[in-house]
Design a binder for this molecule. Structure first.
Ligand code: GLY
Length: 551
């Protein structure tokens, strides 16, 4: 009888929980924290720090990102995007009158002031339950004892060998024995373990002042970067209002500026819901392409850090602005990009990684990045972590960035400003509470990928596995190309060509790691395009049933 009562009490307090990320060790770190009594935010912070160790091509403490948190009643948006350092200015990547993309993508000058550590710690301070050292313990252990590289990851190291070889400190850590590590090889990161221990002990002072900060600034001085001790001390994450979108009688919470993700999602979901189209044929995809073009036109022309630039936010969110434009989509042919002359003001009244956690009450959707694979390629000497090349997400007049994206004055470089992002961490809340927690890496393709999973789920009524696996497309207004992901329906591709679209096949679009409510149960779904893993924790008499964690 007593046993039964204990069991019932456990079931009442311990809810099923889910974690999904791009890496098995990181997912297991999150699961471990949940099993130790942590909530979704504790687990998400543990996953974030673990990915910095076990997924160094994108997981990071040297970058930045965005987090959506659902606390059971309302949604919060945490912006921990990098900022432009002191001395940064609009034309800093222009030499002899020409934009020099290698300066904004490789080495010290490409790095913005990192926000990840401040962001994860701020989320933990406000919502976490377990002490910080406990939450960081899995990451520290993984850095100290090492972890085995998957085939997927080893391939990335090989692909980026030239970048990793450029900087001796980076090569020392990531090309052990002078070569890219093989699948199954153990990677140990002692310097990183020391940095993480400092953060566990001192909180933000373990990174933004003291030893780590001095090491960052020393690397900057040695390699021609701009970040100063003052920039680091000054860095602050911001709580902002998330974009809230009504879609198919659900509330979709996603990133607001300085990420364009939520606004792009608003246009794509709004246009497709209004279209009345409900099967994935050529007309459906034609309409989606045009909706994405409208959204990316807005991104290029009007979006940037709204703390610095005047952005027509009411217009961009206005239903009338959306309706005016979707009425202009021709039935069977593309709208030429040069004819886009829309004005939201009059309505004024790869490389990134995503993880999701849900503990039965609270949900966390987090996308963070160092921008390119392995970021700027530069490891902070003695501190063991890679710095971002996020400065390339700013716009330089007349030049496209590494994603081919154009921008306006709203996104030109200014000291202290945040560069425009496309990251789209998202939580969907419906009449059953949390119904989806998802996001993706992929630069400008991120909102396209997230939008398509949401459309597949709620408009086309697919199950979560189909919704995630279905091949995707992307269009970003400029360049005027439809990018089709591997496996996209060749019949639809031919029909789109027939309508006059220029098609380019490319590698998979997005890598959506999410948690979905399906027939009364939650399921973590790792995108088959990536290397991810999801786990479900089910309550048992002792708390949760065990999961295995291995080297
Ligand atoms: N670095 C890619 C993005 O923020 O969109």
């Amino acid at each position: 009888m007593k046993k039964l009562a204990f069991f019932l009490v456990m079931l009442a307090f311990v809810r099923p929980a889910e974690v999904v990320s791009d890496n098995n060790y990181a997912t297991e770190a999150g699961a471990r924290i949940l099993m130790e009594g942590g909530n979704a935010v504790d687990a998400a912070v543990a996953v974030g720090f673990a990915l910095a160790v076990t997924y160094p091509s994108a997981g990071n403490i040297g970058g930045g990102g965005f987090m959506i948190i659902w606390d059971g009643r309302r949604a919060y948006f945490l912006d921990y995007r990098e900022t432009a350092p002191s001395g940064a200015h609009r034309d800093m990547y222009v030499k002899n009158g020409r934009f020099q993309p290698q300066l904004s993508t490789v080495g010290a000058l490409a790095a913005g002031v990192p926000g990840t550590v401040a962001g994860l710690l701020e989320a933990h301070r406000r919502f976490g339950k377990l002490p910080l050292p406990k939450v960081l313990a899995p990451a520290i252990e993984l850095a100290e004892r090492g972890f085995r590289l998957s085939v997927f990851q080893a391939r990335r190291f090989k692909r980026k060998e030239a970048l990793l070889r450029k900087f001796p400190e980076t090569a020392r850590i990531f090309l052990p024995g002078g070569r890219p590590p093989e699948p199954g090889q153990v990677l140990v990161q002692r310097d990183l373990a020391r940095t993480l221990r400092l953060i566990a002990k001192k909180g933000r002072d373990g990174f933004y002042s003291g030893r780590t900060a001095r090491l960052i600034v020393r690397t900057m001085k040695k390699c021609g970067g701009l970040i100063t001790l003052r920039d680091l001390k000054k860095y602050t994450p911001r709580w902002r209002r998330p974009e809230e979108i009504n879609f198919m009688r659900k509330r979709v919470y996603s990133s607001s500026l300085p990420s364009s993700g939520g606004l792009i999602l608003r246009t794509a979901l709004g246009a497709m819901e209004a279209s009345g189209l409900r099967s994935p044929d050529a007309i459906y995809y034609h309409t989606l392409i045009e909706a994405l073009k409208l959204a990316f036109y807005d991104r290029a022309k009007f979006m940037g850090d709204a703390d610095f630039a005047k952005v027509p936010l009411k217009g961009l969110r206005s239903r009338d602005y959306l309706m005016e434009r979707i009425k202009m989509i021709p039935l069977l042919c593309p709208l030429p990009p040069d004819e886009f002359k829309f004005d939201p003001w009059k309505y004024e009244k790869q490389q990134t990684t995503h993880f999701s956690v849900f503990d039965g009450k609270m949900a966390v959707s987090n996308t963070y990045t160092i921008n390119g694979l392995f970021g700027s390629g530069l490891v902070v000497e003695g501190a063991g972590f890679l710095l971002n090349n996020e400065m390339d997400d700013f716009s330089t007049p007349g030049a496209a960035n590494q994603f081919g994206a154009l921008g306006s004055e709203a996104n030109y470089i200014e000291e202290g400003k945040r560069m425009l992002s496309s990251m789209t961490p998202t939580i969907v809340v419906g009449k059953n509470g949390v119904e989806a927690v998802l996001g993706s890496p992929g630069g400008t393709t991120i909102p396209s990928a997230v939008a398509q999973v949401l459309l597949n789920l709620y408009l086309l009524k697919m199950d979560p596995w189909q919704a995630v696996a279905l091949p995707r497309l992307h269009h970003q207004w400029y360049p005027d190309l439809v990018f089709l992901g591997r496996g996209f329906d060749p019949g639809v591709a031919e029909a789109l060509k027939g309508m006059g679209y220029r098609i380019k096949w490319r590698r998979p679009i997005g890598d959506v790691n999410g948690i979905y409510l399906w027939k009364g149960r939650y399921y973590p779904v790792a995108d088959p395009r990536g290397d991810g893993k999801g786990v479900s924790l089910r309550p048992s008499t002792g708390g949760y049933e065990g999961i295995t964690t291995g080297r």
